[in-house]
Design a protein around this ligand. Structure first.
Ligand SMILES: Cc1cc2nc3c(=O)[nH]c(=O)nc-3n(C[C@H](O)[C@H](O)[C@H](O)COP(=O)(O)O)c2cc1C
Length: 303
């Protein structure tokens, strides 16, 4: 089984990598992940707020990038997280100069403004990527949330202005409410495989219809999860929760199990598998659209 894949214009030995998280804050862990078979390393994000409030944070991030580049041989993808262009531009250039092989831009925007329409929210994303695309030469991946009303249109716009990859999806941390104090309670919960389903649908809708490569992030825990993501159209498979709980061995387990499944099902390469279950390849595109929804709701039983 040929596990090679191409992601963000980078030739990778396989699709598997740790997603943005504290995992790569420790270069020793990054090396262990590389030894476990990770084909690239995604750094945790440098947050716009941290850049604004505390310049040494950004210096520390650049120093970490430098250490990671010395420690691992696989590409290192830096990550910027924010909502405006201003803070990012300078650091995107610095990260490029610091040796980042690519940049992942995380638009963690929670729409709370009643006067801002969907087109304005989307235009901001496109404008920022356009500015960055003009200013840095390394590949840019855009990590999106699922909460856009016309995701394929946004994806097509990002594709048109040269985004090299789309990462689906950002996982919003959903604060609970403390009913006595009447305050939001931040909660960090690791994912499970059920979170993959929404990603599969949107990967399958976009695969083969945008030039940008696609990565899945969210809900990959087993080899079969990874098989489904690649069949839906993922060129790269990012894992965080599974690695935070299971360590680097979880990446090896998924990579080996993925290759075994592919062999057993007579796939010769990741390229052959990628998008084989996408909408573009589907004999029945309605599976991803309304027909399936109607059929399932009509078929529901109750006791
Ligand atoms: C502890 C933790 C820290 C994270 N830090 C970042 C981050 O700095 N930047 C980012 O874009 N995503 C971050 N994420 C989100 C992950 O990259 C990933 O998209 C999400 O956890 C879904 O993938 P999973 O189901 O494999 O965990 C973080 C997730 C966790 C659990």
């Amino acid at each position: 089984m040929d596990l090679n894949t191409r992601y963000l214009g980078l030739d990778l030995a396989n699709p598997f990598m740790p997603g943005a998280s504290p995992l790569a804050e420790d270069p020793d862990m990054a090396l262990r992940l590389e030894d476990a078979g990770a084909a690239a390393i995604v750094m945790h994000s440098l947050f716009e707020e941290e850049i604004a409030q505390h310049a040494p944070t950004a210096d520390g991030y650049l120093a970490l990038l430098h250490r990671l580049k010395q420690r691992v041989n696989v590409p290192v993808i830096a990550s910027l997280n924010g909502t405006t262009a201003a803070g990012w531009l300078r650091y995107a250039a610095l990260l490029q100069r610091g040796g980042a092989d690519a940049l992942e831009l995380n638009f963690y925007h929670v729409a709370t403004d009643l006067s801002e329409d969907a087109a304005t929210v989307e235009r901001r994303v496109v404008d920022i990527v356009a500015v960055l695309k003009e200013s840095v030469a390394i590949p840019l991946a855009v990590k999106l949330s699922p909460f856009y009303s016309a995701l394929p249109h946004l994806a097509a716009q990002l594709d048109r202005i040269g985004a090299d990859g789309l990462v689906l999806f950002n996982r919003f941390y959903q604060p609970d409410i403390d009913p006595v104090r009447r305050t939001a309670v931040p909660e960090l919960r690791y994912s499970d495989s059920s979170e993959l389903l929404m990603r599969l649908r949107w990967l399958a809708i976009l695969a083969g219809r945008v030039r940008a490569s696609l990565a899945v992030t969210g809900g990959v825990h087993t080899a079969l999860d990874a098989v489904k993501a690649v069949l839906a159209g993922a060129d790269a498979v990012q894992m965080v929760s599974a690695l935070m709980t299971g360590g680097p061995a979880a990446l090896t387990r998924v990579r080996v199990g993925f290759a075994r499944w592919a062999d057993e099902h007579h796939y010769g390469s990741v390229r052959e598998m990628c998008g084989a279950a996408s909408l573009a390849h589907s004999a029945n595109p309605h599976e991803y659209e309304r027909a399936n929804y109607v059929r399932i709701l009509r078929g529901a039983n109750h006791s």
